[in-house]
Design a protein around this ligand. Structure first.
Ligand SMILES: [Zn+2]
Length: 306
């Protein structure tokens, strides 16, 4: 039988409901992608075996063998220690799980072939090398979803800090006027004013999409909610620029898809507050959408050899 391909990299984005699997060549080009459901029953005990089975099936389908694997990058929605071990992952039901050991054992490959990263950081890595920030040397990504997450890349490296809390832009304090607590236990965090959840709350709508629809139709309360979110984002980003001075900011997540008008409002708020030398920092939209994770996972493997 003909061998259809040579060396490959797997990029696996492990989410709370789906596991996305991308197959890349050694230049980081996406060859194919697919997904399987995340089985969170029994504290997520089957997840690693499900992934291993799917990867082995995919190799067989391509008439490839274990020796063709250059590496497996995998991201998880939780804190990661030493690029191998997940330290508590509520969405998956996991406590301390050494993903590198478990997945390599299940596949029959060396442990150091498997690299693990935090999902927000890894998505930022994907956008930095293959998406919206491809042309830039450093980037702060701001992901607006249920919460507000972030990823900071300087000179091609993820900056995660000594406590894994670097780039947690969602918990920068921006307000003294709130009378309820953030999910983190503090009060006045950016996330309380700028997440999709916060926008819907302030606009009195079922979700952020409805808030944007109403704002674009001229609804006063919805306009005010979106202005408040954009103001708070610009304020926090101006603070970030004073510390790390990135070449660009990238806005990702469902809310970023709401459109250019929202990004314009963020730009205006940022320009009003930024330190003079970083006033012109670019604020752009992320490009890879839901594929940012698998691209970033492949990039973790590629970066190891560069
Ligand atoms: Zn907070």
């Amino acid at each position: 039988m003909m061998r259809t391909m040579s060396k490959i990299i797997f990029g696996i984005d492990l989410g709370g409901t789906r596991i996305k699997i991308g197959l890349f060549d050694i230049n980081g080009n996406l060859i194919s992608k697919g997904d399987i459901p995340t089985d969170t029953s029994n504290n997520g005990q089957n997840i690693i075996d499900d992934i291993a089975r799917e990867l082995l099936r995919s190799l067989e389908e391509r008439q490839a063998g274990l020796a063709d694997i250059v590496g497996i990058g995998i991201d998880v929605p939780g804190a990661v220690l030493g690029h191998t071990t997940v330290n508590r992952c509520v969405n998956l039901g996991w406590g301390l799980v050494d993903v590198s050991s478990k997945l390599s054992e299940a596949m029959g490959i060396p442990r150091d072939w498997v690299i693990v990263g935090n999902d927000a950081n890894v998505a930022a890595l994907g956008e930095f090398f293959d998406g919206g920030a491809k042309e830039y040397s450093s980037m702060m990504m701001v992901t607006i979803g249920t919460g507000v997450g972030g990823g900071l890349i300087m000179d091609g490296n993820i900056i995660d800090g000594v406590n894994g809390a670097a780039a947690e832009i969602g918990h920068i304090p921006v307000s003294d006027d709130l009378d309820f607590d953030c999910s983190c236990g503090n009060r006045g965090c950016l996330e309380q004013l700028a997440s999709a959840t916060a926008i819907a709350r302030m606009a009195g709508t079922a979700d952020a999409k409805e808030a944007f629809d109403r704002a674009y139709a001229g609804d006063e309360l919805a306009v005010k909610a979106i202005d408040t979110a954009a103001e708070a984002l610009g304020k926090a980003m101006a603070a970030v620029a004073c510390v790390v001075d990135p070449e660009c900011f990238l806005i990702g997540g469902g809310v970023a898809a709401a459109g250019e008008k929202f990004i314009e409002k963020i730009r205006a708020s940022y320009a009003k507050r930024a330190f003079h030398s970083s006033k012109k920092t670019k604020i752009l939209r992320a490009k890879l959408g839901n594929d940012a994770g698998i691209y970033g996972c492949a990039r973790m493997i590629l970066n190891r050899y560069e």
